[in-house]
Ligand binder design. Structure first.
Ligand SMILES: *Cc1c(COP(=O)(O)O)cnc(C)c1O
Length: 375
């Protein structure tokens, strides 16, 4: 079945009790046993399992072409569960420009628990190979990366990992399964911040871990979900399911709009550089063309005149809201270095844009006036 159809029909079914076409939100925290003491529907208690959560997990599992999925209360809780599968003394390899929250988790939280991390320039496969240690258990891939949109060859890293008996996990938040099929490319698991494109409406925080068939790590992820308890509420699961129904069409529109905005910015005299994998000049363009269906809704650009000029553009834009995050229907613009804080390697003149679902002509006109001041 094609992905548009899966997005509509997976994790759905007419409610047998009422005939409701849209699945109900099951709020119950506990479930009745049969007279013989068993649980006929398989649900026992809200932390360990909930029918609305199960529908969401089935839907995202199917979109990623996976074998199983576990929903979490945030993207960070999902990523945390993957690291918690590992043991003290283990080593992980992550990208240099990893999502800053994940980097902080490794450096400031998990290092104290004895989990060691190497931050490498992941698009360079030789650097990944050179970073492998006897205790390396996991390689985390994030592509396109944040905020420079660097592209890592997922199949190459997954194969390298397999040769060394290491698990390869992809953070597919930015591309989504609509644009990029990490499990098909050889990854063992996929993680998501469903807060972003999967939810798509800026109104729910969530995370997901999806496993390939025979993933050695996933049973532990499931146990950590149920025992650790960082589970999403039934209402959050329902909101996510509603958002996902339109994901294939939203990703197309985000990508088309971003391609037009990137082309406009690339030709503007006040713009030093545009980072968008759909641009032929982008250093990861060829790899992106091979592993992505479209190039997504995220881009960043450097403004001539340093951080003051960058802040000025963000302040002058009116259709782009100055806020962090991404993947919702509305466009956002953000001075990235100042949210990443001390130690950020992001250029001070860089703005990151989440291109929304407004008309591209209006977005371009707004950026044009925002970039146009005297001097
Ligand atoms: C936002 C984000 C996260 C963290 O997810 P939360 O839902 O905010 O916890 C992780 N990875 C990437 C790539 C993200 O964009």
């Amino acid at each position: 079945m094609e992905i548009e159809t899966l997005a509509i029909h997976s994790g759905r079914g007419v409610d047998p009790a009422t005939g409701a076409v849209t699945p109900p939100i099951h709020m119950s925290t506990t479930f009745q046993r049969a007279e013989d003491g068993t649980y006929p529907q398989g649900f026992v208690y809200g932390r360990s399992g909930n029918p609305t959560r199960t529908l969401l997990e089935e839907c995202v599992r199917d979109l990623e072409g996976g074998a199983d999925a576990a929903a979490f209360s945030s993207g960070m809780a999902a990523i945390m569960s993957v690291f918690q599968v590992l043991s003290s003394g283990d080593h992980v390899i992550v990208p240099q420009d990893l999502y800053h929250g994940t980097a902080r988790l490794l450096l400031e939280r998990l290092a104290r628990w004895g989990l060691h991390a190497s931050f490498v320039d992941m698009p360079d496969i030789d650097k990944v190979r050179a970073a492998i240690l006897p205790d390396t258990k996991l390689i985390l891939v994030e592509t396109p990366s944040n905020p420079l949109l660097k592209i890592t060859d997922i199949a190459a890293v997954a194969q390298l990992a397999r040769e060394h008996g290491i698990s390869c996990v992809c953070d597919n938040t930015w591309a989504t399964p609509i644009l990029q099929r990490c499990l098909d490319l050889g990854a063992d698991m996929v993680v998501h911040s469903t807060t972003k494109y999967l939810g798509g409406h800026g109104d729910v925080t969530g995370g997901m871990v999806v496993s390939a068939k025979d993933s050695a790590l996933f049973p532990e992820v499931r146990a950590i979900q149920q025992d650790g308890g960082a589970v999403p509420s039934p209402f959050d699961c329902w909101l996510l399911l509603r958002g996902i129904r339109t994901l294939p069409y939203r990703m197309r529109a985000h990508s088309e709009n971003a391609a037009r905005v990137a082309a406009f910015l690339e030709g503007h005299p006040r713009v030093v550089q545009v980072f968008y994998p759909g641009l032929p000049a982008h250093e990861g363009h060829e790899t992106a063309r091979q592993q992505m269906n479209m190039f997504g809704g995220m881009l960043s650009f450097r403004v001539r005149g340093g951080p003051e000029a960058a802040f000025r553009v963000a302040a002058r834009a009116s259709l782009f809201t100055r806020a962090t995050s991404l993947g919702s229907y509305e466009s956002l613009i953000e001075h990235r270095a100042s949210i990443e804080g001390l130690g950020s390697a992001t250029p001070e003149d860089l703005l990151r844009v989440s291109v929304g679902l407004e008309h591209a002509d209006d977005l371009i006109a707004d950026l044009e006036q925002a970039l146009d001041w005297g001097g």
